[in-house]
Design a protein around this ligand. Structure first.
Ligand code: MN
Length: 487
């Protein structure tokens, strides 16, 4: 009889690993009815699914864990048989050894066998966490798929959505003091909005305009791994902090365009980001959009998501003015007021969320540029800015400050690529502003800080803050702090 643990022993040195390594072929024992699922934080997180059979644990590595839903089959990679003792193993396998990382028992119990062939294994699991019928079906080589056969883990199980557009806030002022008890207040973080979908220990990061930006932020991989098999959809802001401890939009700029994995990893070390989490949109098969802000926050806080690269900052009750003053003193962008009773409205700019800003900013579409003179000869002197409205692109003025040399170089390259002969504006520009203008197809979205709107609809004292690759020209709206209409 061949020793079924030869492969297992070949991969391990008993002097180097705390895993059980039986010295010689073990005699069959047990009742062939034990199963165990081990959560294994190795180089890549996976769950090891093991079934006792003929004296060993027949094993598969399942990268996303046991499927909670029959509609969602998971890959299971067949691995070497393990000794029966392994069913009780948890602990740390030293780095550098085979499977280096930590192992914990995710679930264990007994199973009933329905079918076992080379092509298909059908079992009913009776564990502490898992109850149900599963099939493993051989596809090719070491690859199998794992399928949940009887309904989802819970009858009311709802799979998470593929995309959710974030809810937006109306630019406004603090709610009247008499109403502030019905609101919560949060710090406004100056970064890029992102919805993070966590499933099977993997994160998918979606920007505001539904672009998959997962590759740009490798540091959030650990957030997903920390959640294990918990399925969650999170709403928050990706923020890069400057050396002064304040959010730095210009530092974040270095990260936003990068998709090359090696470069993204290098930048994650030199210009790290933090995902600041403030809402929970889905949790373990349950949508939470219909819940009130208060209930969503309670569930979010129970997840205790606080790590090196992600934080869930606290919110404040009944003290909007204090938080606003503190945010101003600390040089932060502003605060948000969120109505406690409000549900989450995807993609809507709702008066249930108000943003109150210390620094006024405005998104703009770059429609052209004027050459510089003197120190700026040969490059951009100023950018001509527009905001779309029903009539077309409306001129809102030009910006000539806030640039560094490398920003100018980058902009000049982008704008040269999209040059065109005619003005993209819906109106005639003042001659003084457009004499030497170079027009471009209005594709680039940027952001400026400014003092106020002039009576004729121009930005007063605008200063360039950076490009907004997470936004499209059609997302850009003129934000004015007007009367909040209650709806
Ligand atoms: Mn493993």
């Amino acid at each position: 009889m061949t020793d079924r643990l030869t492969e297992y022993r070949r991969k391990r040195d008993p002097r180097r690993t705390p895993e059980p390594v039986p010295a010689e072929a073990v005699a069959p024992s047990g009742n062939d009815d034990t199963f165990v699922v081990q959560e294994h934080h190795a180089r890549a997180l996976h769950w090891d699914f093991r079934l006792e059979r003929n004296g060993v644990l027949v094993s598969w590595a399942v990268p996303k864990g046991l499927p909670p839903d029959p509609a969602d089959n998971h890959l299971a990679v067949h691995t070497e048989d393990h000794p029966l003792d392994y069913a009780n193993f948890s602990g740390a396998i030293p780095a550098g050894e085979y499977g280096g990382g930590s192992v914990s028992i995710w679930d264990s119990g007994h199973y009933e066998l329905e079918k076992w062939t080379d092509r298909e294994v059908k079992v009913v699991l009776h564990g502490h966490r898992v109850e149900g019928r599963f099939a493993l079906i051989h596809t090719k080589g070491k690859n199998w798929i794992m399928h949940r056969m009887d309904g989802p883990a819970r009858p009311d199980w709802v799979p998470p959505p593929q995309v959710i557009s974030p809810m937006l806030a109306v630019l406004s002022e603090l709610p009247p003091p008499a109403q502030q008890a019905q609101w919560a207040f949060e710090t406004k973080w100056d970064g890029a909005r992102a919805i993070v979908f966590v499933d099977g220990g993997r994160a998918r990061i979606m920007s505001r305009n539904d672009r998959d930006v997962t590759a740009s932020y490798p540091e959030l991989r650990a957030l997903a791994e920390s959640l294990g098999t918990t399925q969650a959809v999170l709403d928050g802001e990706i923020v890069a902090f400057g050396t002064n401890g304040l959010p730095s939009f210009s530092r974040l700029q270095r990260r936003m365009h990068v998709t090359n994995p090696a470069e993204a990893r290098r930048l994650a070390a030199s210009d790290p980001v933090v995902y600041v989490i403030f809402d929970l949109l889905h949790l373990d098969g349950r949508p939470t959009l219909e819940l009130s802000y208060t209930q969503r926050r309670k569930r979010l806080e129970s997840l205790d998501l606080n790590g090196d690269s992600w934080q869930t900052p606290r919110n404040f009750m009944g003290s909007g003015a204090e938080l606003l003053r503190a945010s101003r003193e600390q040089g932060l962008e502003g605060i948000l007021a969120k109505r406690l009773e409000s549900r989450y409205r995807p993609g809507r700019r709702s008066p249930d969320w108000r943003k109150i800003k210390n620094i006024r900013t405005q998104e703009v579409v770059v429609a052209g540029w004027r050459p510089g003179a003197g120190r700026r000869a040969g490059t951009i002197g100023s950018l001509l800015l527009g905001i779309p409205d029903r009539a077309g692109l409306r001129y809102v003025g030009s910006v000539g400050t806030g640039f560094t040399q490398s920003i100018l170089d980058d902009l000049l390259q982008r704008l040269t690529r999209s040059e065109r002969k005619t003005s993209p504006f819906a109106e005639e520009l003042p001659r003084a502003d457009s004499r030497d203008a170079r027009w471009v197809t209005p594709r680039l979205v940027g952001e400026v800080a400014f003092a106020e709107w002039t009576p004729d609809g121009r930005l007063r004292h605008p200063s360039w803050r950076g490009l907004r690759p997470d936004k499209a020209p059609s997302d850009v709206v003129r934000e004015s702090c007007g009367v909040v209409r209650e709806s």
